[in-house]
Unconditional design. Structure first.
Lengths: 318, 318
């Protein structure tokens, strides 16, 4: 069984590095810290290398003392574990640490995982990599501390959109039940994760709603965000994340578009659909990509032309 | 055991009416329909009387054929069950049905429940009345159909704010795990409940954010909504619900205020706090009421005076 193989491998080494994917999210970070605590319980001091600083919204997590922003040094580890990472490109510069490791393990839940390590535990039915780490920790017979429980809870609740996405299963809720019994402060964590927004992002949302256009009999929503709007809101580029959902969440909307207007006639397009439209088809045609309900592309040109082109493509599949 | 007593009572009667509370919510409605399905499985055709029409957001629920808007007729039932109803005032006009019943049962999870029926099952550790109905259905040995599971899921997820509030327990997640195994379409239900907003409400949010003022070193947020804004958004009065949370959810904010400016210098004030401030103290002083983290009042006067008065009171407790 691959799980037992992984556990005995971890128990036999002396130095361990853990690598979550670039653009770290709640699952990648929560899983990594939970695993770091577990490895430490086994008597090894692990290190988690990340590509960029921990995002503000996850600063409340315990165990950030395990985490280091990678500075390019190449140290040889007995074992390197890549977590929540579909392929080695998602390791960024840290791929060097993986390459120079004596042994490698890859733990993930993405169906697209390329199985790039010696041992690959890819469970696509798991809602989050956090679920797999939970199961490994239980199998190792280690204690589910409050810290580990909180990290796994964050991993699962962020990757399931607060237990709302399709990937949420009965097993997900069984695990979360156990995590709560082991001390997770549900309302505190949820407030920090889901009910906290920066002032600039809030302002940007207001400005974005002002640009909202409803087209095609209420089935298409278009929102535009310009550099000026970002400047006026005091916002940052990443504050555009999720703005497209304002349009998507409107009753009756099937396709939502966010046009992010950069300087020099370059436009980043976000596409979302609610049910039947496959927006990846549209994105692919325009040189981008994605999934059925979430896709994107970048186009050069003029605003009016781009809007017209997008609407023409959307109309075909609406 | 009160549960067995309730079950044997239900099994002995021929006519059953179920009464959820006025201003029906997801828990009251979901619990009532789930119980109606269960009662029907026992061979009795139950009726659910509600005070007002089913809100649009719950129209997708199965079993609405059990539900009737009460028209004032007084029919004598063998058994009337009040669900999720803290006291008889919460039954509105339908209290007459309770009064004329041969027997009465009260199933609820509110700590303030006045135990107004012959048999009272009040479990304050349950996150929702839906949890209690789930347990009764399991005890009755009835099958958890997809319909029943969906109704109980809606009851629980709405009353826990999507498993985010303090009342969410490990038992809550255990129950939900079982409901999912019995056919709940998690992403479909969640999308309908949590990710659907009307166009007017979305527009009103945008206009509300435009009025946002941040005061007292980023600790106080004030939002104003006027009749004109509601008109321009094409919104309705109830679309103001939750607007105060835009302010509350901003990072660093402790107290959020929504000033709803009506005609004739009448102002409805909503107050929310995040952690330590008890906004009910402020509301009480101004002739209103509420809880520590959510309170309100109505004041007559001029906008500037009212804002100054509110800020003066808030400063005292900040």
């Amino acid at each position: 069984m691959i799980e037992s193989n992984i556990i005995s491998t971890i128990k036999e080494v002396n130095t361990v590095a853990i690598l979550p994917h670039v653009s770290i999210d709640g699952d990648a970070l929560g899983s990594s810290i939970a695993l770091a605590y577990a490895v430490k319980e086994l008597g090894i001091e692990p290190i988690i290398y990340i590509e960029e600083e921990i995002p503000l919204s996850y600063n409340f997590l315990p165990g950030t003392e395990f985490v280091e922003v990678y500075q390019g040094e190449v140290k040889k580890y007995d074992l390197v574990l890549a977590l929540d990472t579909g392929d080695i490109e998602r390791l960024g510069k840290r791929v060097e640490i993986l390459k120079s490791a004596s042994d490698t393990i890859n733990i993930d839940h993405h169906a697209t995982n390329t199985e790039f390590a010696r041992l690959n535990l890819v469970k696509t039915t798991s809602s989050a990599t956090g679920e797999i780490i939970y199961q490994l920790i239980k199998m190792m017979g280690l204690s589910l501390t409050k810290e580990i429980s909180t990290c796994i809870y964050v991993a699962i609740t962020t990757d399931t959109g607060g237990f709302r996405y399709k990937n949420t299963t009965s097993v997900t809720h069984q695990i979360v039940s156990d995590l709560i019994d082991n001390g997770v402060d549900v309302s505190w964590v949820s407030q920090l994760l889901f009910e906290t927004m920066s002032l600039p992002k809030t302002k940007l949302m207001g400005l974005a709603i002002e640009t909202l256009q409803i087209l095609e009999d209420g089935k298409v929503a278009v929102i535009t965000v310009t550099d000026n709007m970002i400047k006026n809101a005091g916002a940052r580029e990443e504050d555009c994340d999720g703005i497209v959902n304002i349009g998507r969440n409107i009753r009756g909307i099937e396709v939502a578009v966010l046009i992010r207007q950069n300087k020099n006639e370059s436009f980043k397009i976000n596409l979302r659909s609610k049910k039947y439209v496959d927006v990846s088809v549209i994105a692919n045609k325009l040189g981008g990509g994605g999934h059925k309900n979430a896709a994107g592309c970048t186009i050069n040109g003029y605003m009016d032309d781009i809007k017209a082109m997008l609407l023409k493509e959307i109309k075909k599949v609406l």
